[in-house]
Design a binder for this molecule. Structure first.
Ligand SMILES: Cc1ncc(COP(=O)(O)O)c(C=O)c1O
Length: 412
């Protein structure tokens, strides 16, 4: 049931002390992991109030990542669609090609503050794995990345990049060999190596404090967008749109705007082959119900017995049967709305973006773009839409070629 968002004083009041966003979130972990989670929470709370921590983050964001990322008026696309003014927040221009590094920097600095000497991560599209391998190389830390075998195959360029950066990539064969399975194995590693190991989670999922901590690190996206939009348009955008795998780039864009009630917020899930027609999708909010996975309570794709279903999406980064708990809460409060976009619609958006804007996008933000394309024409010309271009498409060209039936070597 949708709650009335007017009953909520501030959307910044979550999570509570136990890490809950309303009835979502929390920490459902084994006894072995509990002391680690508590240590991490303590260290994060200390770092949050430590100016030197944020100075270090600001320095690295600026000089290593290349922040602030530009806010770009997509003029040709706006003309082409003939409606609202479309802006892209260009997080695909970050070092390593996606938003993932914003959060990885924060977590690796925390790991070093905690004296951890071994970093593990899970990855789907490989962007979080590449970001983690990159920052580990930068600080001389060993890095182990768990990745499902299906993703190893479809995101081969990123597997090679991680190896070049000195990381060990561990292929995970269980399930469908996607992000859920990689996260299961990373959690197993963490339980086994609790003393020296830091688990660098790539999205706003996992047990508390991860969802809030990752959101806080990614909120740089929304903070920059707010001030850039004021500079360029003299006002806030009317609509924010972002794609959702676990939900970190979306939470990063949305969070600083949550109390600005005039701003309409839309998250876009992966509709795969169709949410109504098939079970082959990853739309956890549209097609799932609440349950517990990877240490938190949230909306999940599951069968009648509560067994987690395998998701499906052309985009490896969105191929996760859950969603960060804060999104579940925003969905239930009605503060944000969630829609889904099919593989086919995302592929169309991919081609339009290449041709109209000279930007080759990752398949993940193509889902957000496809929704922009769906609604823009019906909106007035002074309406402002801002979408997060959260990743670049180099990693996806093979998948796109296959899906479009194009021979890569062909000159057509
Ligand atoms: C480019 C890109 N966008 C989006 C995502 C989805 O993650 P999230 O929902 O946490 O932003 C991924 C995940 O790998 C990604 O690589």
């Amino acid at each position: 049931m949708t709650m009335d968002q007017n009953l909520i004083n501030s959307f910044f009041s979550v999570p509570d002390e136990s890490g809950c966003f309303g009835k979502f979130g929390g920490r459902f972990v084994s006894e072995t992991l509990m002391p680690l989670i508590l240590d991490l929470e303590e260290e994060y709370n200390r770092a949050k109030d430590d100016e030197s921590f944020w100075n270090q983050m600001d320095y690295l964001w600026k000089h290593y990542v290349g922040r602030p990322s530009p806010l770009y008026f997509a003029e040709r696309l706006t003309d082409y669609l003939g409606g609202a003014r479309i802006y892209f927040k260009r997080d695909e221009l970050n070092h390593t090609g996606a938003h993932k590094i914003n959060n990885v920097l924060g977590q690796i600095l925390l790991a070093m503050r905690m004296g951890k000497t071994r970093i593990i991560a899970e990855t789907g599209a490989g962007q979080h794995g590449v970001a983690t391998a990159t920052v580990c190389a930068r600080f001389g830390l060993p890095c182990i990345v768990y990745m499902g075998t299906h993703d190893v195959e479809r995101q081969a360029p990123n597997v090679f990049r991680m190896k070049l950066l000195g990381a060990e990539v561990v292929p995970v064969t269980s399930g469908r060999g996607t992000l859920k399975d990689a996260m299961n194995d990373a959690l197993r590693d963490w339980v086994t190596n609790v003393n020296n190991t830091f688990y660098c989670i790539g999205t706003v999922a996992g047990p508390h404090p991860y969802p809030a901590m990752v959101r806080d690190f990614q909120s740089i996206i929304g903070k920059e967008t707010k001030s850039q939009m004021m500079e360029m348009e003299g006002r806030l955008p009317d609509t924010l749109i972002a794609a959702i795998g676990g939900g970190s780039n979306a939470m990063g864009l949305f969070h600083p705007f949550l109390d600005d009630r005039s701003v309409d917020i839309i998250g876009v899930e992966a509709g795969g082959k169709g949410v109504d027609e098939t079970m082959q999708h990853c739309a956890s909010l549209t097609g799932g119900r609440p349950g517990v996975l990877h240490g938190n309570r949230t909306y999940l794709l599951q069968d009648l017995d509560g067994q987690i279903l395998e998701g499906f999406s052309i985009s490896a980064g969105l191929d996760y049967p859950g969603i960060g708990p804060e999104h579940s809460w925003l969905h239930e409060t009605g503060r944000a709305s969630y829609v889904s976009i099919t593989d086919e619609e995302a592929l169309q958006a991919f081609q339009v973006c290449c041709e109209q804007e000279g930007i080759i996008p990752a398949l993940e933000p193509c889902h957000a773009l496809a929704h922009v394309m769906k609604i823009t024409g019906d909106l007035p010309k002074d309406h402002i839409i801002c979408m997060n271009m959260c990743g670049r498409g180099d990693k996806d060209i093979f998948t796109v070629a296959r899906a479009l039936g194009i021979e890569m070597a062909s000159s057509d």
